[in-house]
Design a protein around this ligand. Structure first.
Ligand code: CTP
Length: 408
């Protein structure tokens, strides 16, 4: 029984997936968790309070202005009585209420009043899920630390196909267990900033200078840090990758925008700069499309871009405790990366050998040398996901060590 002694407040909102909440209650109880439930008025159209009460072996809550409920347990107390608040299913409407702080029934009031972490399992029609309003709400909730599980992709009750189906109860149970497993979340309570992908520097409104960075390594690092419990902001240039789960993604194009987005997401405990930032931008990009003409091709002049890694590494109150950069080198890898670490002022450099024989660029694996103040350490050839996991583990251990040193 992995959840013995833990208590969960389960908020069930009104969607067809509400029937799966019954199975979730059963699974949570089986693992030893105490489960109290709030049913919204709409949820009561899908499942009855009687079955919820029978499975949870608890009274079911639903009315904000119920004198008996308030006398037994006030809604504020109810919202704080659990170790974790789970919302399953979380409808588009309830997520919107949570985003904007609306509190017009017991479920939304409890979510606004709680001081406990919230894990939401969204469930809605695919179009509702993809709507910019819902996506903006999710981004803002993620940024505030709301955890999410799902939704899954597949055939939906409404006949459409796509993402929006509530995660299966077993997957929600797994997310609850992961939340309570401290060893699996060594970065809980930490904030991380990751840059990823290329930057695009405009020549004119339709042309740009870019590079071939896929963003795979940076995105994998953001995902690994989030999986380890960190609250992650990923500042990404244009990539063709899905957003990593549980990560607040800020999309940018230019190096200047990337720097601004990074600054806006401070403070952070750790920053990992994995983006392939263009070293130069076109000094004066044309406001209108450049045209062919008798004068021949235009001559472009360049201006130097800000160095984001070096900027984040500058000493000061905003400096993350740990700043990590990458160095893509093709020869004398360790020697050049060691010099780069000192030049940029960061704590660690992950030097990767990008000589063509290694297949690193655009590929799925990486040959890394970790360089810090003490020297260098070579890692075996690892997948980009494994590099990310190893790095996340290192970061967690180093931040914990730094904290111990401060307190002792
Ligand atoms: N970087 C950055 N901002 C820049 C340039 C680079 O944040 N304007 C970061 C990258 O994200 C990476 C590290 O600096 O973490 C090293 O990038 P790299 O391209 O290898 O180094 P450069 O500074 O371009 O040095 P050089 O071209 O001389 O190798």
């Amino acid at each position: 029984m992995k959840l013995c002694g833990k208590s969960v407040l389960l908020v069930v909102s009104g969607g067809i997936a509400a029937y799966k909440a019954l199975e979730l209650i059963r699974l949570l109880r089986k693992e030893g968790a105490g489960v109290r439930c709030i049913l919204t008025a709409a949820a009561r159209q899908f499942v009855t309070p009687l079955s919820v009460s029978a499975l949870s072996e608890e009274k079911v809550y639903g009315e904000l202005f119920s004198l008996t409920d308030e006398a037994e347990m006030g809604h504020i107390q109810l919202s704080r009585s659990a170790d974790l608040v789970v919302v399953a299913p979380a409808t588009a409407d309830l997520l919107a209420k949570l985003t904007h702080g609306l509190a017009d029934d017991l479920a939304s009031t409890a979510l606004l009043a709680t001081d406990k972490p919230v894990l939401a399992a969204p469930a809605m029609n695919v179009r509702m899920w993809q709507h910019p309003a819902t996506q903006a709400n999710l981004a803002s909730l993620r940024q505030r630390g709301t955890l999410f599980v799902g939704p899954d992709e597949g055939a939906m009750a409404c006949g459409e196909f796509g993402p929006g189906r509530m995660a299966e109860p077993a997957a929600i149970l797994e997310a609850v267990e992961a939340f309570f497993a401290p060893a699996a979340r060594p970065l809980q309570g930490r904030r991380a900033l990751v840059t990823s992908g290329p930057t695009y520097e405009p020549i004119d409104p339709v042309r740009f200078i870019g590079n071939r960075s896929s963003g795979k390594q940076g995105h994998a690092i953001a995902a690994a840090l989030a999986a380890a419990g960190a609250q992650v902001t990923l500042v990404s240039g244009p990539v063709a990758l899905p957003d990593p789960p549980g990560v607040d993604v800020r999309r940018v194009e230019t190096a200047a925008e990337m720097l601004e987005a990074c600054r806006a997401s401070l403070p952070a405990d750790v920053a990992v700069c994995a983006a392939a930032v263009a070293d130069w931008r076109v000094a004066a990009s044309a406001p209108q499309k450049l045209k062919k003409g008798p004068g021949g091709p235009p001559a472009l002049t360049f201006a130097e871009n800000p160095d984001i890694l070096a900027t984040l590494s500058q000493p000061g109150p905003q400096r993350p405790r740990l700043v990590v950069g990458f160095a893509a080198e093709t020869e004398r890898v360790v020697e050049q990366a060691t010099a780069k670490r000192l030049r940029k002022g960061c704590d660690w450099i992950l030097a990767n050998d990008v000589s063509p024989a290694t297949g690193t660029f655009g590929g799925d694996s990486n040959l890394i040398h970790l360089i810090d103040a003490r020297g260098s350490e070579s890692w075996p050839v690892l997948s980009k996901a494994a590099v990310a996991e190893r790095l996340a583990g290192r970061i967690a251990a180093t931040l914990a060590e730094a904290e111990e040193n401060v307190s002792s």
